[in-house]
Design a protein around this ligand. Structure first.
Ligand code: FE2
Ligand code: FE2
Length: 465
């Protein structure tokens, strides 16, 4: 068992050195501003608790929480069964325009497929106790949730309860998380459009699920907060401890593997031609990283499906945002080349699923209830109905795609398979290969009350060596 670190230690380097030498289990997060810790603030409780996979979902997990003000010696205790055998000091970060302090512990060398208990506390605090489970080392059946555009509202809270009830292994969340900056990345954010305390309301809202299963988030246009760093992501990065295996200059990108599925989190803002504030800030470097990561995943014999997530819709008929030509032109050829099975987007506050797409056209019909050969093409999913006011304005049979310069080009929407113009959450049930070598990933979309509104089953035959 290691000792509690003295958090008045002034540098990240010494903190990491302590952990490497003493704890043997964890390394502290290394990004975000460091915080000098004043005398103890007793009586404040850990809140906004959420967990996140590290780059190796089998062995790494971050636990994050917050306190309304600075506290002395924030610490995580970790254990198996009833005992907490390890104590690890948190890395604490302040953030723009809030007194809240965000605490993070990155855990390493965990056991795969194992439930850990954790306890969060600080000097004078009432401890918070929770648990999480690491990803398995061998493919086994699992469920994940996929959605975006949640906000803080009644529907969102109901969806958190639905997600908790459905017991996914984790959630893949495709941006527009809390809307602390309601200007949506237009660059016009001001005191009139920003309330960063909304982040804390949102983190508290998601805690019933996120304290137990990882919420793997990506950025949307509402995470481009005016005045919060060059890209606007500083507030987001203060609050999340993400896998650090993404593009060097785009710390919001990452990938991980759970069972027989590879997941890639992209930054749609880098490719969007509809909202171009951050367009091209990593550009070709991001695309090269994406190709490299997809190459690695397709070379692995234990990975069947690949799922990419980002905010801006590749294919959506909803008239509020339509489809984004920037994301299409950058990534569709890559998704085709590597047979990406599923792309999850948000942004349009509705539900929509395409037929199976290759080369910009539907190559396989996939109505509600269909069973499809996923190796023939990609399913594009808009899952932006997680709580923020729904967009009822569907665009069938004619929608538009926004291209370079913000030009809206009308287009026929023969690729659209299923639309639902209200709130929903998507759940994906994945099974490993059966005796015939066929793996399945079944999408089930549910409305707020849990009613099934759409299903499709993607199948993949094991590739010959
Ligand atoms: Fe949104
Ligand atoms: Fe959006």
């Amino acid at each position: 068992m290691s000792e509690i670190q003295d958090l008045t230690t002034p540098t990240t380097t010494s903190r990491r050195g302590f952990l490497a030498a003493g704890a043997g289990l964890a390394t502290a997060a290394t990004v975000g501003p460091m915080l000098w810790v004043p005398p103890a603030s007793a009586g404040v409780r850990p809140q906004g608790v959420h967990v996140t996979y590290g780059a190796d979902a089998r062995r790494r997990m971050a636990v994050s929480w917050s306190t309304p003000a600075s506290v002395k010696k924030p610490v995580l205790e970790l254990g198996l069964g009833r005992d907490f055998g390890t104590r690890i000091a948190a890395d604490s970060r302040s953030s723009k325009d809030v007194g809240t302090v965000y605490h993070h512990v990155d855990l390493t060398r965990l056991r795969p497929d194992t439930t850990y208990r954790y306890r969060l506390s600080h000097a004078g605090a009432t401890a918070y106790e929770g648990s999480f489970r690491t990803a398995p080392s061998e493919p086994k059946a699992f469920r994940f949730a996929a959605f975006g555009d949640m906000g803080v509202n009644e529907a969102a809270a109901a969806h958190v309860a639905l997600i908790a009830q459905q017991k996914p292994a984790f959630a893949f969340v495709v941006g527009d998380l809390c809307y602390a900056d309601s200007s949506g990345g237009t660059g016009l954010g001001s005191a009139d459009t920003q309330d960063f305390q909304v982040w804390d309301q949102w983190l508290q809202q998601i805690q019933p699920s996120a304290a137990k299963v990882p919420w793997m988030t990506t950025v949307g246009n509402h995470e481009m907060e005016a005045g919060n760093g060059e890209l606007g992501y500083a507030g987001y990065l203060d609050r999340f401890s993400l896998p650090t295996n993404g593009v060097k200059d785009a710390p919001v990108t990452y990938s991980f593997v759970h069972g027989n599925v590879g997941f890639i989190a992209l930054d749609g803002n880098d490719a969007s031609t509809e909202i171009n504030r951050n367009n091209g800030y990593v550009g070709a470097t991001l695309d090269a990283w994406l190709v490299g990561r997809l190459t690695e995943m397709r070379e692995r014999s234990d990975i069947d499906f690949i799922v990419a997530g980002f905010h801006n819709c590749m294919y959506c008929t909803n008239l509020v945002h339509g489809s984004d030509g920037g994301t299409r032109s950058r990534w569709e050829p890559i998704f085709d080349q590597f047979e990406v099975d599923l792309v999850v987007n948000g942004h349009n506050h509705c539900y929509e699923r395409t037929h199976i797409m290759r080369g910009g056209v539907a190559v396989q019909e996939a109505p509600d209830g269909a069973v499809v050969d996923s190796s023939t093409g990609t399913t594009y999913l808009t899952a932006g109905g997680a709580g923020q006011a729904a967009y009822p304005t569907g665009g069938l049979p004619l929608s538009y795609v926004t291209v370079e310069g913000g030009l809206r080009i009308p287009e026929a929407t023969t690729w659209s398979a299923v639309t639902y113009e209200d709130h929903s959450i998507a759940f994906l049930d994945v099974t490993p290969r059966d005796k015939q070598g066929i793996a399945t990933m079944k999408l089930t979309a549910r409305s707020t009350d849990g009613t099934v509104i759409d299903t499709v089953t993607m199948k993949r035959q094991r590739r010959s060596a």
